[in-house]
Design a protein around this ligand. Structure first.
Ligand code: ADP
Ligand code: ZN
Length: 668
């Protein structure tokens, strides 16, 4: 018997606050050599302690002279697959997240801490999404010529295992889901699997059911409402190859699927793909694209309103191939959109959330037994200052984003550059009287609707009504089965729904997202309006959209009325180019949290002063500091600095990482 060559395991410590980016070498004793593998955790001496760590590389030699030894293997099966280790390393360096944190994010807690091998009771919850066996026959699909054209290059890339990226840019109701389904069939036909990301908010029974019906018993569903045990169980089924289609939200991109054939990201512009509130702060769409390159498989990004970054790349770069579905399936028309100017309503003394036209139209739709969706995105409105005459929001002269009112100090602040303004008495553009927008929330809209239409069966869907985990499904189901006539909702009702009974969509206030202090405010508004409008007119009855706004001349509103994404995108991209915002630059937001406000502010000032000359040398501007958009969160004060430059090379390695600092690369 020949002696084995010496083996070196490169190990990332699995510590809560692991040293960022550090990997340590250990010798693997001969007795452990047959069993050790990438992605397992091993017990190793670390200083005076013993800790667990992930094996991320196995080598024959090490640059270090005297190595300490791996003591035991914790996991008989690797927790992460080799391609996931590569992905984790990319995420760690791209998003400046410590590698142990990224690896930990890839593995459900139940598997990291739990009793290995313990199989939790088969719970019913993930099957709840799957319709009963009375409706489980997959409908025969004949793709339209338009859908066939889009599918062909995706199919070729799957068959030839090519790392191609596609933007399936199709209007609402154009049948993008059918294209995904056929692409997945191709992958399954090759003996491979598929990962499908869908936005958290549209994890509706309907979306999941469409996949489950086509691939019976082959679908795992991963979303944030699963219990740890359920998550662990789904993860094991994927890992064991018991299922080969994963449908899930953001973190499903980390599903441990051994043999992936295609990755699909539906509604790729959904903000739910960005993890902004904890480490690793990653954008799942970009992670999906990287995964495709690591595995050499195609990635399909679908949307009626793609992120401008994606659209711009598909149009001009050669990284993403554009595939278009310009019309609805079956040539159904997009619904006509009628604009109501809320300034006129105000002038007439109408202070209710409903214009007379909206009241009439709701009544009419209900009379014809049609269903109505009333959409209102309430967030953030009360802190923005609007002019009651011209409808404009008070904006930053440097950044062209809305200023946020800090009511206590009567100061308006820009959350990018820190520019401050005392709350003026009159509007700087038209000299009209300033109105502090208070805006009706969904609750008030519901109350008014109940008094206006006492006979109607009314439901409301927002963060407050979907607190318990099945509420979202229950409300959706009741509306889908026409046990309700009128649904009032936030952006939860905007995406993905395909309900033929909807004859009227009323947008109660189109402007709310417009005044968000964010350079993406226009884009987000346009997308939201287009998506909400797209819920109407999916049946045979004529349908319409009423859009109420204080800003009828805003490009986001004008273009949404015409369902004109490309017109909007070209104007908005030009503005972004001039103001040096992404996709023409890269941004980083550094947030410092501290129990004492002074500390957060002075630390930011210190960092800004340190980074300014470093940035200047590589063409990166340092903006701020300014209070964060949410200036106090969980009793911590938050200040921030923004960085902006054509490239982040040369500055990335100088950014503060560690306690109290949050680094958000490519925010938004
Ligand atoms: P999108 O995801 O682009 O908004 P959907 O996939 O929801 O569009 O399709 C809109 C409607 O058209 C759905 O009811 C869907 O079942 C139907 N549809 C799309 N393509 C086909 C097809 N090839 N055959 C039959 N029905 C289709
Ligand atoms: Zn500014």
């Amino acid at each position: 018997m020949t002696a084995r060559p010496p083996l070196v395991a490169r190990v990332v410590p699995d510590l809560p606050a692991g040293p960022p980016g550090q990997i340590y070498d250990y010798a693997v004793p001969e007795s452990l050599q047959p069993d050790i593998g990438l992605g397992q955790r091993v017990l190793v001496p670390f200083g005076k302690r013993k800790i667990f760590g992930f094996v991320v590389e196995l080598l024959e030699e090490s640059a270090v002279d005297s190595l300490r030894c791996v003591e035991l293997i914790r996991d008989p099966e690797p927790l992460v697959l080799p391609h996931q280790i590569s992905l984790a390393q990319w995420i760690s360096s791209h998003y400046l997240s410590p590698l142990p944190e990224v690896l930990r994010a890839m593995v459900p807690p139940a598997l990291r801490t739990g009793r290995p091998g313990a199989r939790p009771r088969r719970s019913k919850s993930s099957d709840r999404a799957v319709p009963p066996a009375p409706s489980r026959i997959p409908p025969e699909l004949t793709l339209s010529p338009q859908q066939e054209l889009a599918l062909a290059p995706i199919r070729r890339a799957i068959m030839w295992s090519r790392a191609e990226e596609f933007l399936l840019f199709g209007v609402t109701g154009s049948g993008k889901t059918e294209v995904y389904l056929e692409a997945i069939k191709t992958a399954l036909g090759q003996g491979k699997g598929a990962i499908v990301l869908i936005p958290e908010i549209s994890l509706t029974p309907q979306t999941v059911a469409r996949f489950s019906i086509h691939f019976p018993d082959r679908v795992a569903v991963l979303h944030s409402a699963l219990t740890p045990a359920e998550r662990g169980r789904e993860w094991r089924r994927v890992r064991a190859g018991e299922v080969d289609v994963v449908v899930g939200s953001r973190s499903a991109i980390f599903a441990p699927m051994p043999n992936i054939g295609v990755v699909v990201v539906d509604e790729e512009d959904s903000s739910s793909y960005k993890q902004y509130d904890r480490v690793p702060r990653y954008q799942a769409v970009e992670v999906a694209r990287r995964l495709g390159r690591i595995l050499s498989v195609p990635v399909v990004l679908g949307s009626a309103t793609p992120r401008l970054e994606t659209y711009h790349q598909a149009l001009h770069g050669n990284a993403i191939t554009m595939l278009r579905l310009p019309t609805r399936y079956g040539n159904r028309p997009l619904p006509p959109v009628t604009v109501v100017d809320l300034r006129d309503e105000l002038a007439r003394g109408n202070r209710s959330p409903f214009s007379s036209m909206l009241v009439e139209s709701v009544g009419e739709a209900l009379e014809h037994s049609g269903q109505v969706i009333l959409f209102l995105n309430r967030r953030g409105v009360s802190s923005v200052v609007l002019c009651r005459t011209c409808g404009e929001a008070l904006g930053c002269p440097n950044c062209s984003v809305s200023l946020t009112l800090h009511a206590s100090a009567h100061l308006c602040t820009c959350h990018y550059c820190g520019h401050q303004l005392r709350l003026p008495d009159r509007c700087p553009s038209c000299d009209g009287r300033i109105l502090r927008a208070l805006g009706a929330g969904t609750e008030r809209v519901e109350a008014e609707a109940r008094s206006l239409w006492p006979e109607a069966r009314i439901l409301r869907m927002d963060r407050d009504t979907v607190m318990h985990r099945d509420a979202h499904r229950e409300i959706y189901q009741a509306f889908a089965e026409r046990r309700a006539d009128l649904l009032i909702g936030t952006q939860m009702v905007a995406k993905g729904w395909d309900l033929p009974g909807v004859r009227l969509v009323g947008i109660v206030n189109a402007d709310i997202a417009l005044h968000f202090p964010d350079f993406r405010a226009s884009e987000k508004t346009f997308s939201l309006l287009t998506q909400v409008a797209g819920r109407a007119g999916r049946g045979d009855e004529p349908a319409r959209v009423i859009l109420q706004t204080y800003s009828p001349d805003h490009p986001a509103v004008l273009r949404a009325v015409e369902h004109d994404y490309e017109g909007f995108a070209s104007t908005e991209l030009e503005a972004r180019r001039q103001l040096r915002f992404p996709p023409f630059t890269r941004m980083v937001v550094l947030t410092r949290s501290a129990a004492i406000e002074e500390r957060a502010r002075t630390d930011c000032e210190g960092e800004a002063a340190r980074l300014r000359p470093l940035g200047a040398a590589v063409g990166v501007e340092v903006l701020g500091p300014s209070p964060a958009f949410i200036p106090k969160l969980r009793s911590l004060y938050r200040w921030q600095i923004s960085l902006r430059g054509a490239k982040l090379e040369g500055i990335r390695e100088h950014l503060p990482i560690g306690r109290g600092w949050a680094v958000d690369i490519d925010p938004g």
